[in-house]
Design a binder for this molecule. Structure first.
Ligand SMILES: *Cc1c(COP(=O)(O)O)cnc(C)c1O
Length: 510
């Protein structure tokens, strides 16, 4: 990416590894006379690669420093609204790294992969019961990927019913951009639904747009303003009355998990972002996991494979000859023979390591624990909301769910300091910025999601830092507009970074 780096920054970027080193410094710890191909397969060695001569210590220091120049939840507070950047318990990784899971080849025959299939089955059953769906497919790899899967399911379902004329997808104006994008990718026409003054979808508005051409209404509940759609039953009834389907964008499931279920609200299809709600490291475009769930009438359309469990034969013994343990009492298999299925959404079965992480999180918390997770997420968001309302506008001043929106519009009018400047200034305090300029209906929007895993001290500190930034903006706006000054790079020329990305390193002498 193109960046404006400045060398007098306290944290200026280190030289590249190719620029370090001195001839003859490498291999200090490699035994004299022991050729390198004893350590690396010859197929990986290339003579023409001009690798720098660095000592092991230099290499370790270099990469350790680099690892400290990024930002993540392990380094500081990360209130990125709608992204649920909560703590990722290390026990999840310990489970996912177990040799039996990590080294399992995806083509291992089902009978030799019973433990892995059991993980997938139990995750699928847990999610179905937690969210009130008949079944989930674990196949899709992210939220947007699952949205696409769900809309392909809807399309096939309507085709089978002879209702291919249904070509409209209704999307509220608070929706995440992936919703209309997924609908458009499936060839649907997108109808944008305005929110009412309470920041919600109104029953009158929905009744105005539904009709015989309605395919799906996509909703996020709570929506991205952090507000629960309190007329959800009437909205679902209005869509169902004309024969349409209700889709639940589960990115905000951290607000409701264990307390209310989309299935009970009247949704026919949904997705979950396991990487958000169920503690899987994410951000930076890393691998996600987005199961797609459906009500009973759509189960046959789910992506393949589907993990099936059947009671094991009564006389069966475990493969090592011991009697069956209770967990062995089932036989698990990947079911590909599903004629109505939309087929697989990706290669292989799922981001399996993430399925292990999510199930570890579910079992570590239990049903009561998960319910408490969302209650604490809601409590933390409201705690921060009330305090922030002291010095920034909060356009929807009522009890929110797991996140809320603030606006810097008044501040901008008075001082010129924008939401973007506040976000940049937070970086200098070792915190990530909130989500900005989304949802689009709130001008100068800052969308704040503290999550349940932060302490009261961290929340208080965040509020005080934010207050200080706003106060500074009122006195000396140019200070805030110049932020960040302590980070590795300053403000990025975002247009140039997008249009003329500089992605290749070349030696200075070349
Ligand atoms: C994150 C998010 C998505 C998209 O999910 P990905 O896993 O990033 O593809 C969709 N809707 C909402 C509301 C989100 O916050």
């Amino acid at each position: 990416m193109s960046t404006q780096t400045s060398n007098d920054r306290p944290n200026a970027a280190p030289p590249l590894i190719f620029e370090l080193g001195q001839e003859g410094r490498a291999n200090r710890y490699v035994e004299e006379g022991r050729p390198l191909d004893q350590f690396l397969p010859t197929s990986l060695l290339r003579d023409e690669l001009p690798l720098p001569d660095n000592s092991e210590l230099e290499v370790v220091r270099h990469f350790t420093k680099l690892s400290q120049r990024t930002f993540g939840i392990d380094l500081g507070f990360y209130p990125l609204g709608s992204c649920t950047m909560k703590y990722n318990p290390r026990v999840n990784d310990a489970m996912a790294s177990k040799r039996e899971f990590a080294q399992l080849h995806p083509y291992t025959p089902d009978e030799h992969a019973q433990g892995a299939l059991q993980v997938m089955y139990e995750l699928e059953r847990s999610l179905s019961s937690l969210f009130g769906m008949a079944a989930f497919s674990l196949n899709p790899s992210a939220g947007a990927h699952a949205e696409l899967a769900a809309l392909l399911i809807a399309k096939k379902y309507f085709k089978d019913r002879g209702e291919s004329h249904r070509d409209k997808v209704i999307v509220p104006d608070t929706a995440h951009g992936t919703n209309p994008a997924s609908a458009a990718m499936c060839g649907f026409k997108v109808i944008s639904l305005p929110s009412d003054e309470r920041g919600r979808v109104s029953v009158e508005e929905i009744k105005k747009v539904v009709g015989p051409d309605t395919a799906v209404c996509m909703m996020t509940n709570p929506n991205t303003l952090g507000l629960f759609e309190d007329h959800i039953h009437e909205i679902a009834a209005a869509v169902h009355e004309v024969g349409g389907l209700m889709y639940y964008d589960g990115a905000n499931a951290n607000a409701i998990m264990g307390n209310v279920r989309p299935g009970d609200m009247g949704f026919d299809l949904m997705h979950l972002n396991l990487h958000k709600t169920f503690t899987i490291p994410h951000g930076g475009g890393g691998a996600g996991h987005g199961p797609v769930g459906v009500a009973a009438h759509l189960v046959d359309y789910l992506p393949t494979p589907y993990v099936r469990a059947t009671p094991a034969k009564a006389d069966a013994t475990a493969s090592n000859g011991r009697p069956l343990a209770p967990s062995d009492a089932m036989t698990y298999e990947l079911d590909f023979d599903r004629p109505k299925s939309i087929g697989p959404m990706r290669s292989f079965w799922s981001n399996f390591a993430h399925a292990v992480r999510a199930l570890a999180y579910i079992y570590a918390n239990g049903a009561d624990g998960l319910k408490k997770v969302s209650q604490l997420a809601v409590l933390n968001a409201n705690y921060v909301r009330v305090k922030v309302a002291d010095f920034l506008e909060t356009p929807y001043p009522e009890i929110c769910r797991h996140e809320f929106v603030a606006s810097a519009q008044d501040l901008k009018k008075a001082t010129g300091v924008k939401a973007l400047d506040i976000a940049k200034a937070l970086l200098d305090h070792g915190m990530m910025a909130p989500t900005m300029y989304f949802p689009l209906i709130v001008p100068e929007c800052l969308m704040i999601e503290p999550t349940e895993t932060e302490s009261k001290e961290t929340l208080d500190h965040f509020v005080e830092v934010l207050r200080e930034i706003v106060e500074t903006a009122r006195k000396e706006p140019e200070t805030i507009m110049a932020a960040p000054v302590k980070t590795v790079v300053g403000r990025v020329d975002e247009t140039r970074a997008a249009r003329q990305p500089d992605l290749k390193w070349e030696p200075a002498s070349a």
